[in-house]
Design a protein around this ligand. Structure first.
Ligand code: KG4
Ligand code: ZN
Length: 346
């Protein structure tokens, strides 16, 4: 059995995890900084970096303890070294380098976005099949999170080419903004989903943009503004969500969710029309959304391709996906030196 420690500090979650054989999650510890940033209405990079610095050692110790693993037993240390907030990345990468050096273990830097797609491989529990599915590549990858909404052609978990991304808001950002408009709180995605359950997804036809007939890019700012004008009146300043009944708010949430799911499925269909794939891999916080999962699974059934979605706890930012992808890289003979750089964008 091979054991990998993973660290994730790209944004506002401090996380460490131990994964066996690149697939079986032995422990995963995630400390969210939501409380620290809530009063600013978004993540403050300097505060996030400082918070990572304060708690990362304790989070790592907890992950090792929960897994019942000692440093000697580890086969490598993986860390997300891109993309992300630069100060935050530096904290995780400095910690990973120090541990790899002190424990004399190989170091592997991985791309956080590619790791979201690798999360489809992670499993918990006892009945675990570590064999990769036979018919995976080529695959279409879809990452839908608070920071990213992008599609990729994939010939492997690190042979990844971006073919489209959002030209304005990420879909998770749209969920968070809609939650704000509906006065639900932060982070918005799960709260919008919860409210949408009692709403009618066909109640309101919000306009969606596919950006012309050819584009594989996404745009969600128009949809977000349509929700704002619907709830707050024209120009978004006449009233607020308190003017609408609970049922009307639920209808807005459900109709928004349906519109977002339709755009994502339409773009995947467009990409797959152009180039066939054996599977569709989906990852990122928004892939926890039930309506979106169902829509993408339906698309896969219709087109005859397998759809892989992470277990809900591995959709949002976590170090298990980093450890898993790092283990996969180590197994392929790849590792980095102690000069591993951090990159805010890639
Ligand atoms: O992947 P993630 O943890 O962080 C980034 O890399 O951005 O994604 C966070 C995003 C947030 O915008 C959050 O509102 C959204 O994922 N999210 C959801 C759900 N759970 C989290 N959106 C829709 N439905 C959900 N159930
Ligand atoms: Zn993420």
């Amino acid at each position: 059995m091979s054991l990998t420690l993973g660290l994730e500090t790209t944004c506002d979650e401090t996380s460490a995890a131990v994964v066996a054989d690149g697939v079986r999650v032995c422990s995963t510890v995630v400390r969210s900084q939501i409380d620290l940033h809530a009063k600013f209405g978004g993540v403050v990079p300097e505060i996030a970096a400082r918070a990572h610095l304060e708690i990362l050692n304790a989070v790592i110790a907890r992950a090792m303890e929960e897994a019942g693993v000692t440093a000697e037993q580890l086969n490598g240390v993986g860390v997300a070294n891109c993309p992300g907030l630069i100060g935050c990345l530096l904290v995780g990468v400095a910690a990973a380098k120090a541990l790899a050096f002190a424990w004399e273990k190989p170091l592997v830097g991985v791309n956080h976005v590619h790791a979201h797609l690798y999360a489809t491989r992670l499993q918990q529990g006892t009945e675990i099949d570590v064999r990769p599915p036979a018919e995976l590549w080529p695959a279409l990858g879809l990452v839908i999170s608070g920071g990213h909404t992008s599609m990729y052609w994939m010939d492997g978990f690190t042979q990844v080419r971006r073919i489209g991304s959002t030209i304005d808001d990420a879909v998770g950002e749209a969920f968070d903004k809609v939650a704000q408009i509906l006065q639900l709180g932060y982070p918005g995605g799960p709260l919008v989903e919860q409210l949408a359950r009692s709403g009618d997804p066909g109640a309101i036809q919000f306009p969606t943009s596919l950006l012309g007939r050819e584009s594989l890019d996404f745009s969600f700012s128009g949809l977000k503004t349509a929700v704002l004008y619907y709830v707050n009146g024209s120009k978004g300043i006449q009233r607020d969500a308190s003017a609408l009944s609970r049922q009307e708010l639920a209808d807005v949430a459900a109709s928004f969710e349906r519109a977002a799911a339709e755009v994502l499925a339409a773009k995947c269909r467009r990409a797959l029309d152009r180039q066939p794939a054996k599977s569709l891999l989906v990852g990122g916080g928004v892939s926890a959304n039930g309506t979106i999962r169902t829509k993408l699974l339906d698309l896969g059934r219709e087109l005859g391709l397998q759809v892989f979605l992470p277990a809900p706890i591995f959709c949002t930012d976590n170090a298990a996906m980093i450890a898993g992808l790092a283990a996969h890289e180590l197994q392929s003979g790849h590792q980095h030196g102690l000069n591993l750089p951090v990159l805010a964008t890639v």
